[in-house]
Design a protein around this ligand. Sequence first.
Ligand SMILES: [Zn+2]
Ligand SMILES: [Zn+2]
Length: 334
Amino acid sequence: MIKGLFFAVSVACLALPLEWSSQAGVRWTDAGSGSMRGGAVVQSAPADSFKVVLLGTGGGPPVNLQQFGASILVEAGSERFLFDCGRGTTQRLTQAGVPIGSISRLFLTHLHSDHVIQIPDLVLTGWAGGGRTIPLEVWGPDGTRDMMDHIQQAFAFDIHVRRDVDEKLPGEGITVVSHDIKQGIVFDEHGVKVTAFLVDHGPVQPAFGYRVDYRGHSVVLSGDTRVSENLIRFAQGVDVLVHEVVDAVAIRARPTYPANRERMESIIAHHTTPEQAGEVFSRVKPRLAVYSHAPNSEAVMTQTRKTYAGPLQGPEDLLTIEIGEKVEVRHFAR
Ligand SMILES: [Zn+2]
Ligand SMILES: [Zn+2]
């Protein structure tokens, strides 16, 4: 772990101009010192803190034990917001010390399975094992309401038994309120504003990115997208930009590539290469650029450096980014 930690920090700082780092106020720390204990986050952040936790940073359908499926937690003060619910979300929440029953707001970038596959677990276990007593509210592109209704139908037996027959769990907790959204502000309460904006994920339409604003600070989550001018527009002035990336060079070098060229090129075309992501970062100029839904590899960071010299953090599950006067990055201590 220690070795991995130093590797990540040194990669993150690769070619990073010192003055940029201090201007941006970005600080990388070892989570082992104080904020984490026994592998779980100690919930001692100030009431007005603004925090992003990368729960799962893997991309695509294959099972990946190092980088779980796409999911990001944003905490603004006492409010919690989950963005996407890929494979391993409930496990990572538990590792982060966040009770899954405390999640009652879920925002979906798009309906590809790697972003939604653990929703049934969040819905059912958050209620039956997690003690959720209020409805789960879900925002996402067209089709979200249908999908959530079908999940309820698929698990009708379990819901009926636990609610009406055996445990007599509160019906409110297994209620789901879903919204098919359009671009614009989709949530604005308790000083937290969530704005959905359209991104360009090829034929997967609509697909959204999200911007969260809280107490003068902000984070943008790209979702899955190729270079999106609309994202660049919505990300102006953002503190932290979390962006996806695909390593086209590595994909084209696979032995299986020639036989699957058309399919592989279509996948590459619906995502963003490191050089392109670097260009996006250079145009947006966030205080910190972060990769998620991205391979955790030195090659990706090196390719990004061709077009971007600012503060950059690679994808790591359970990485915490605290956004305030400083941007603090804490690695997870296992
Ligand atoms: Zn994806
Ligand atoms: Zn996708």
